[in-house]
Design a protein around this ligand. Structure first.
Ligand code: 5GP
Ligand code: ZN
Length: 113
């Protein structure tokens, strides 16, 4: 989809700090991070939300999220971490291409959603 921010990042037409990539997913730093180390796991296929996500892709995505959560904890020494995933405008989704947030948390970091 050429008017989709994340498709443009995946296609290389827009820049993003990429921390991991394979044939199925791209992991980038959030441009407006809620905390230090806030990343987004994005399926390369344009699907809008969880209602379009097949469970096998979802399983692989969550396996990757589990691994990256541990990497963030080890590298950044965060004390906690939020996994966030918004679906639909009513739920606060602002980019209509599925993505999972990993948001490292630090004591007294004052992050709110
Ligand atoms: P949502 O509100 O849809 O769950 O999250 C969208 C996320 O994408 C937000 O955290 C926002 O900061 C991030 N974002 C929006 N535009 C860009 C961009 O151009 N590049 C990157 N790296 N992140 C973006
Ligand atoms: Zn897209």
């Amino acid at each position: 989809m050429n008017n989709c921010i994340f498709c443009n990042i995946i296609g290389g037409q827009m820049n993003a700090a990429t921390i991991f990539e394979n044939s199925e997913f791209k992991v980038i730093m959030d441009r407006f991070p809620a905390s230090r180390g806030h990343i987004l796991i994005i399926p390369k296929e344009h699907i809008e939300n969880i209602f379009e996500l097949d469970s096998e892709t979802g399983s692989r995505l969550f396996a990757l999220a589990t691994h990256l959560a541990k990497v963030l904890k080890q590298k950044l020494n965060c004390e906690g971490l939020n996994v966030l995933q918004n679906n639909g405008v009513a739920a606060g989704q602002t980019v209509p291409h599925f993505h999972l947030h990993l948001i490292p948390r630090y004591t007294d970091d004052k992050v709110s959603f």
